[in-house]
Design a protein around this ligand. Structure first.
Ligand SMILES: NC(=O)c1ccc[n+]([C@@H]2O[C@H](COP(=O)([O-])OP(=O)(O)OC[C@H]3O[C@@H](n4cnc5c(N)ncnc54)[C@H](OP(=O)(O)O)[C@@H]3O)[C@@H](O)[C@H]2O)c1
Length: 305
């Protein structure tokens, strides 16, 4: 099968022929049809996850996937061959990934059935970013009238976080450069676009007393913390914890439990949540997609497999 893999630390990712994996007990073999580009790919590639995960080279990149079940291992009961599924690759080691024609994933975690009305590209784009955004919004629990500042709002996680916060009645301030980025975040429901190069002044102009919550997806966590009201809430997907113990802070790890993936998928199908798609790439173009991703994105980049 064709994959995008890298052979060792420092090696470039490239189109690599590998054997189709066998699904082990409790595993589902997926014929992947789509995947999406995430910052996680760059972390894996750069070796930043050494010590967190074991790397089994060649390592196939790609943290989320959508496709159909090609085979099941012993003990798998919830899905059968041909069923359309999507999710996040939650294997214990780094080796298999979504940038491959086939992928074996655990049945019990990181996999859900794709509902009618959701295409493969949107399902893949939703999986990691959507569950990370959901975790961040649940952590800061915005209510009606709360002001929520989302830093890193133009990225994949941010695009979902904006919509989930607005749906809970919050007023969202979203970091974005003037122009296309600002139009992108306001199009998703943000009330005000904030240029992060002038963060404090622009936030104070609309929220002089501070913001009730910060969703920290990028930028300087300490500077963002200073914009909170006393005992405000902060959720960070980038492992930031504020020094001020009064801040109710949560470090968020995406939790792609089946019910959470199903919830997000249903929100999309019902029209309450949009999956903003950016550029689409073929599998062989993933190295270019990763380069483009580092240069800025509007909408999720997807890969057709
Ligand atoms: N803990 C978890 O489970 C988990 C899960 C998913 C993601 N994450 C992490 O969460 C972060 C966001 O993920 P993502 O997929 O949305 O990444 P992304 O697509 O790269 O989005 C990050 C966004 O932040 C913007 N940005 C860069 N510097 C900024 C600054 N100083 N202030 C405000 N915005 C800034 C970037 O804009 P430009 O394009 O203009 O630079 C980009 O649009 C990443 O670090 C990712 O690794 C963690």
């Amino acid at each position: 099968m064709q994959t995008i893999a890298f052979e060792k630390f420092g090696a470039a990712p490239e189109l690599t022929e590998l054997p189709i994996p066998e699904p082990g007990p409790g595993e589902v073999l997926v014929r992947v049809r789509a995947a999406s580009v995430n910052g996680f790919d760059l972390g894996v590639l750069g070796g930043a996850l050494q010590g967190v995960y074991e790397y089994e080279f060649p390592v196939v990149l790609g943290k989320d996937y959508a496709g159909e079940v090609a085979a099941v291992g012993t003990g798998v009961e919830s899905v059968s061959v041909g069923r359309r599924v999507f999710g996040v690759v939650m294997r214990p080691t780094l080796g298999q990934g979504g940038y491959a024609e086939y992928l074996a994933v655990p049945e019990q975690y990181g996999l859900a059935v794709i509902p009618e009305g959701l295409d493969d590209a949107r399902a893949a784009a939703l999986a990691l970013s959507g569950t990370a955004a959901l975790g961040a919004i649940e952590a800061v629990a915005p209510g009606s009238g709360d002001i929520v500042l989302i830093s890193g709002a133009t990225g994949g996680v941010g695009a979902f976080a904006i919509q989930l916060a607005v749906a809970r009645g919050a007023t969202v301030l979203a970091t974005a450069r003037p122009g296309a980025e600002a139009a992108f975040v306001t199009g998703l429901g943000a009330s005000v676009a904030i240029d992060h190069t002038d963060l404090a002044a622009q936030v104070r102009a609309v929220a002089p007393a501070g913001v009730d919550a910060v969703v920290h997806l990028a930028g300087d966590g300490a500077a963002l913390t200073e914009l909170l009201v006393p005992d405000g809430r902060l959720a960070s997907t980038v492992h930031f914890t504020p020094a001020d113990p009064a801040v109710r802070a949560t470090v968020v790890m995406a939790d792609p439990a089946r019910g959470r993936l199903e919830y997000l998928a249903d929100e999309v199908v019902s029209g309450r949540l949009r999956v903003p798609l950016g550029r689409a790439y073929e599998l062989s173009e993933v190295p270019q997609a990763l380069t483009d991703f580092t240069e800025g994105t509007i909408g999720k980049f997807t890969v057709t497999v």
